[in-house]
Design a protein around this ligand. Structure first.
Ligand code: FES
Ligand SMILES: [Fe+2]
Length: 357
């Protein structure tokens, strides 16, 4: 099969899975970095992590180190976390209440607005104007209490979330507190992990305990322009999540928002190599210091860890099988794999735009 054939747009009812080469071709790492990750919004933090002046978080987008900081004027700003002198790191970890941003290499000091304020021992330099030097800015925006950044955004952040209000109403996570991050290395291409998240088809087979909580028969999967949503009423009365609906949003290209009653869990898939990724789980809850709430959170995180282990195991096996040279793309289930189909159509479209053949 030639490239142009396996990248052609498909119809759901007649669809087949993405060809195996997209999970093993190392040249796609650069294509995806430049055409997918650099051009789209990436979740960086919860707003509670950036509540006061000088609070800052560091991250990487498409392998570019970035920094988000709240200024003295209360504005959030994002910068490339690379010093204008000789590429030293401005911040090496998240922090609170910094008065200024001091490069860790030779101590040049920038204000919270990114303007260079002081350059150590540079007084003998000719034609050196510190007022002309500024950290390179990047786009920053917020959505319902979550902070996003983008290197070369192709659309406003609000457009990414268009349609999500149908299920979220005016629900907002600004008052939620960030509790903890857990990072899982997974030995698979980042798209294997995404594919797996995007269908509940595997839940009865891979996640027996999760399956008891969800009502698989009434499990619904919807797609919109930039996201898909899987949701299910909770089945067993008295389960530790209480009554309500579990909403699982997938936002292009690599973000999951798992929303349950009084819980927000975000997952971000970070590509590491063609056959490796890292998945960052961040747990947010409304403020509640009661013993009961603390117990439920511990239970939530243990349960999440068990489900993740089951997903990581199946993803590792699928990655090996996809790259064994004996797999041809199989037919998709239109009822259960429509969100996966939607994601793979987005990928095909991005590859076509990038000139992949
Ligand atoms: S690289 Fe930042 S001060 Fe030298
Ligand atoms: Fe799963």
């Amino acid at each position: 099969m030639t490239g142009s054939v396996d990248l052609a747009a498909q119809q759901l009812a007649a669809s087949t899975a993405l060809a195996a080469r997209f999970y093993s071709d190392t040249s796609l790492i650069t294509v995806e970095r430049e055409h997918i990750f650099a051009r789209n919004w990436q979740l960086i933090a919860g707003i509670s992590q950036l509540s006061g002046a000088g609070d800052h978080v560091v991250a990487d987008i498409a392998d570019v180190p970035i920094l988000i900081v709240r200024g003295n004027d209360d504005r959030l700003r994002g910068f490339i976390n690379v010093c204008k002198h000789r590429a030293g790191p401005i911040a090496t970890c998240d922090g609170r209440a910094a008065k200024a941003l001091r490069c860790r290499y030779h101590g040049w000091t920038y204000g919270l607005d990114g303007a260079l304020k002081a350059a150590t021992e540079m007084q003998d330099t000719s034609d050196f104007d510190i007022h002309s030097i500024h950290l390179a800015p990047i786009a920053v925006d917020t959505w319902r209490g979550l902070v996003f950044a983008a290197l070369d955004p192709q659309m406003p952040l609000a457009e990414l979330f268009a349609g999500t209000e149908k299920h979220l109403g005016n629900r907002d996570f600004s008052h939620y507190e960030f509790e903890r991050k857990v990072s899982y290395p997974v030995p698979c291409n980042w798209k294997v992990y995404a594919d797996n998240y995007l269908e509940g088809y595997h839940v009865p087979h891979v996640h027996p305990e999760l399956n008891k909580l969800l009502d698989y028969r009434n499990y619904v999967t919807e797609t919109d322009r930039w996201h898909s949503l899987q949701y299910s009423p909770m089945e067993s009365a008295g389960n530790f999540y209480g009554d309500g609906i579990a909403l699982y949003f997938y936002l292009w290209p690599n973000l999951m928002l798992n929303i349950l009653p009084d819980r927000l869990q975000t997952n971000r898939i970070i590509p590491i190599a063609v056959d490796r990724c890292r998945v960052d789980f961040d747990f947010y809850y409304p403020p509640d210091a009661t013993a009961e709430a603390i117990k439920l959170r511990a239970q939530d995180q243990r349960f999440s860890d068990d489900v993740q282990a089951e997903d990581a195991d199946i993803c590792e096996r699928v990655q090996r099988a996809l790259t064994c040279g004996r797999y041809q793309p199989g037919r998709l289930n239109p009822k259960r794999e429509n969100a996966l189909f939607h994601f793979q159509e987005q990928l095909r479209s991005a590859y076509r735009e990038a000139g992949v053949s």
